[in-house]
Each structure stands twice: as structure tokens, then as C-alpha cells.
Design a protein around this ligand. Structure first.
Ligand code: PNS
Length: 181
């Protein structure tokens, strides 16, 4: 069987440990995996497309059949242009299924030859999403374990004031007095 090229499309704003887990799994079952970042002019992302491209390239440098690219417009058109035969998407929980099913069926309607393949990330990543990572990071919260170290560092650089504020608030918390016996 020729497993060919698969495309893993998404926003990756920012890439999480769940994304990386899925990329690693996908790279084992497809000959080539193209991680494709959507260029969406309607959204204001936290990280620019080139920042996301750079982070994902660094994170996948050791996976030789993984390539990072960007695309605009219809995903199926981009998939066709690179001769991808499959779309890879991750499903974390039942709540993801409805949206993913809708998207897969719509994509199939537009391009019947393109198959969507769903994979599950490791259960320890099943609650992680880019949106929640952004929410936590925007108020200077800890994102260790949710994103790769490279991404954690970039979040700290980008949100330096938020982290400084969170740290100063922590320093302000008075130490509890010991209770008298
Ligand atoms: O990481 P995300 O934001 O869940 O990824 C969604 C994405 C980028 C895969 C989807 O929005 C997409 O493919 N957009 C491109 C436009 C398109 O083809 N839309 C039709 C399918 S819904």
C-alpha cells in the first residue's frame, strides 16, 4: 500500500504538545507529512505565520519525512496542489468530533478523493488546546508541560509584561503565620 503524502492543517497558534504528539504519530504512518499552517487574514493571531513556521520547523527538525508549509484559501485546493491523498486531524474528546465530522464531510463533498484520517493524541494531552494555552499565558500563568520548551520560551518573550506582573503579584502574597499551638 502506498501511504503517500498527508497534510496536517491547522492554526497552530501556538503549537502545543498535543500537536507535536500527533505529528510524531502521523510521521510514522505516512510516507510524508506536511504540516500546513493556515494564513488567515481574518484572524489576529498571537504568533505571526512566520513565527509559527519557525517554531514548528525547529520542533520537527529530527523528523525527516515532516515538512512545514503555509497555505491560504481552501485546504482541499492546497492538498491537491501538493498531491496529498489524506488529511490528518486530531480528536481529543467527543466534543471535537462534531466539528471535525462536519469539516471532513464538507471537504469530502468538495474533493471526494481526499480522505480524512483521525488520530488521537496521548491521553495526557487530551485537555490541551492552543486557545487555553493562550488564555493561561496572557495572564502570566504556567504553561510548562502544555507546550514544548521552545514555545514556552517564545510565549514568555512575547508576554513578558504579563509574566512580570504575575511574578510580582506572587511576591506580594504575605507568608502565612504559623498557628499557635
Ligand atoms: O487548528 P484549527 O484552527 O482547528 O484548523 C482549522 C483548519 C485550518 C483546518 C480549517 O479551518 C481549514 O481547513 N481552513 C481553510 C479553509 C477551508 O478549507 N475551509 C473548509 C473546511 S471547513
Amino acid at each position: 500500500m502506498n501511504k503517500g503524502t498527508a497534510i496536517y492543517p491547522g492554526s497552530f497558534d501556538p503549537p502545543t504538545n498535543g500537536h507535536l504528539d500527533l505529528i510524531q504519530r502521523g510521521s510514522k504512518i505516512f510516507e510524508e507529512l506536511v504540516v500546513a499552517i493556515l494564513r488567515n487574514p481574518e484572524k489576529t493571531p498571537m504568533f505571526s505565520v512566520s513565527e509559527r513556521l519557525e517554531m514548528l520547523r525547529e520542533l520537527t527538525a529530527d523528523l525527516h519525512n515532516v515538512r512545514i508549509d503555509t497555505f491560504g484559501g481552501l485546504m482541499v485546493e492546497y492538498a491537491k496542489s501538493i498531491e496529498a491523498t489524506c488529511v490528518l486531524r486530531g480528536i481529543r474528546a467527543v466534543s471535537d468530533y462534531e466539528y471535525e465530522l462536519q469539516m471532513a464531510l464538507l471537504n469530502r463533498k468538495i474533493e471526494p478523493t481526499l480522505e480524512t484520517v483521525f488520530m488521537m493524541p496521548a491521553d495526557k494531552y487530551s485537555y490541551i488546546s492552543s486557545r487555553l494555552v493562550r488564555e493561561v499565558a496572557q495572564v502570566g500563568g504556567p504553561v510548562k508541560g502544555l507546550v514544548p520548551e521552545v514555545v514556552e520560551q517564545k510565549l514568555r518573550e512575547k508576554l513578558d509584561p504579563a509574566y512580570k506582573l504575575a511574578e510580582s503579584k506572587l511576591a506580594e502574597v504575605p507568608k502565612r503565620r504559623k498557628r499557635k499551638a
